[in-house]
Design a protein around this ligand. Structure first.
Ligand SMILES: Cc1cc2nc3c(=O)[nH]c(=O)nc-3n(C[C@H](O)[C@H](O)[C@H](O)COP(=O)(O)OP(=O)(O)OC[C@H]3O[C@@H](n4cnc5c(N)ncnc54)[C@H](O)[C@@H]3O)c2cc1C
Length: 385
């Protein structure tokens, strides 16, 4: 039977767009479906997420010709400073010690989506947007898909990059395991009195973790994660009381905090699909897993998955095999499971580390932070994520 497309990709968020670019570079015939129009994806006023991109993610975005469009909207992280309120000592990591220009980069979700949209305009992808995937059926050698307006498409493979409530995943009958941390993250931008000097601060305060990450020259992104009741309390404060509570917890390293943007809060859960593939179906990004943002790993992990898929397709092509085969997907699933488990464990350790509350545990936390400050090997381990 003739297939219209090699791959039908449902979901054009950050991950779906990156994968579409990688597949198009490999001359795969891709149908790209997203419920939102491109302008809606990049102008979403409710999306105040600022991402920390790992240095490795930069390389992947370069290979997808996205970094070149994004770079002007990024801020390098040249130093990382980790501390524990109420105890002496801190761990400091510097890009130059690792011969890197930066340990990572900050960018906004909106700027990233804009760069991805621009990169997609330059490649050969058939875009259905705004359009929603409404139904699909799996056959021996193809997938039939119905999108809005009753339009039918046929492809060899269907990829679900359609987010945490993935229709592809649900319709394929793949369950998810959800872990509720009973925590929330509060996110806002804070105006600074002193420059951040391209430093990302991570400060553990009682049972909460405060990340202040460089954004514009006089602004840092605050991600405060803690138990739900405490974040609800912080959300209920007026701006002045909130800034004073933040100042008390973080201290004056960045001077006096003068103002902030609107605060938004997100409940923190980890979701993991019981399987990331089924017959003729693959899940990527939040459709496959979501992580607690404390380690800033969700998109970085998904991007490494895109790079792995890209690599395996190239290898298959060099053996004169078609790009996508079931055995290639099995190998992908096996190799990405190793990375995913390691990243989930790392994120969980960070959450547990930030939730320590009794005095003995906070002493242990101080010792670990000091050990991190003096161990190059431990620092290298951290930077692989
Ligand atoms: C507060 C917060 C901070 C974060 N910070 C970081 C960070 O610093 N670093 C990092 O690496 N990660 C971070 N993440 C994680 C990151 O946001 C996600 O990993 C990433 O955005 C997931 O992208 P996605 O494309 O998989 O899903 P989504 O962005 O959810 O995209 C799904 C897309 O699918 C489309 N869609 C859904 N259903 C259908 C359908 N039926 N038909 C057609 N289209 C459909 C939607 O319109 C949407 O465009 C953070 C997350 C949060 C919540």
């Amino acid at each position: 039977m003739t297939k219209d497309f090699d791959v039908i990709l449902c979901g054009g968020g950050h991950v779906g767009s990156c994968l579409a670019l990688a597949l198009a570079q490999q001359n795969c015939k891709v149908a790209f479906i997203d419920s939102l129009a491109p302008t809606e994806r990049k102008n979403n006023q409710n999306d105040n997420r600022i991402f920390a991109l790992a240095a490795g993610s930069r390389k992947i975005l370069e290979s997808l010709n996205v970094w070149q469009l994004l770079q002007a909207h990024t801020t390098p992280i040249e130093h990382i400073h980790v501390s524990n309120k109420g105890s002496f000592g801190a761990a400091r990591l510097h890009a130059k010690d690792f011969n890197h220009d930066a340990l990572g980069y900050m960018t906004s979700s909106i700027a990233l989506q804009h760069a991805l949209n621009q990169a997609m305009e330059k490649v050969d992808i058939t875009i259905f947007s705004p359009a929603s995937l409404e139904n699909f059926s799996i056959h021996n050698d193809h997938v039939d898909v119905t999108i809005s307006g009753g339009k039918k498409l046929t492809g060899q493979w269907l990829i679900g990059a359609d987010g945490v409530r993935s229709f592809v995943r649900q319709h394929a009958g793949i369950n998810v395991t959800v872990k509720n941390y009973q925590q929330k993250a509060l996110i806002t931008l804070i105006d600074l009195e002193n420059s951040h000097h391209f430093t990302a601060y991570e400060r553990f305060v009682g049972e909460s973790a405060i990340a202040l990450l460089p954004h514009t020259p006089w602004q840092s992104v605050l991600i405060w994660s803690a138990e739900t009741n405490f974040i609800d309390h912080l959300m209920s404060l007026d701006d002045k009381s909130f800034l004073s509570e933040l100042q008390n917890a973080f201290g004056f390293r960045l001077g006096k905090f003068s103002s902030l943007t609107q605060r938004l809060s997100y409940p923190l859960t980890q979701t993991k699909a019981d399987s990331i593939h089924a017959e003729r179906i693959l899940l990527v990004g939040s459709a496959a897993q979501t992580l607690h943002p404390i380690g800033a790993q969700g998109f970085n992990l998904a991007l490494r998955n895109v790079a792995l898929l890209d690599h395996l397709i190239k290898e298959a092509r060099s053996r004169h095999e078609t790009g996508f085969t079931q055995s290639m997907l099995d190998e992908y699933a096996q190799r990405q499971a190793v990375d995913t488990s390691k990243t989930l464990r790392f994120t969980d350790h960070l959450v547990n580390f930030s939730s320590l509350s009794d005095p003995l545990s906070t002493v242990a936390r101080t010792i670990l932070i000091n050990a991190l400050g003096s161990s190059f090997l431990a620092q290298k381990y951290l930077l692989q994520f």
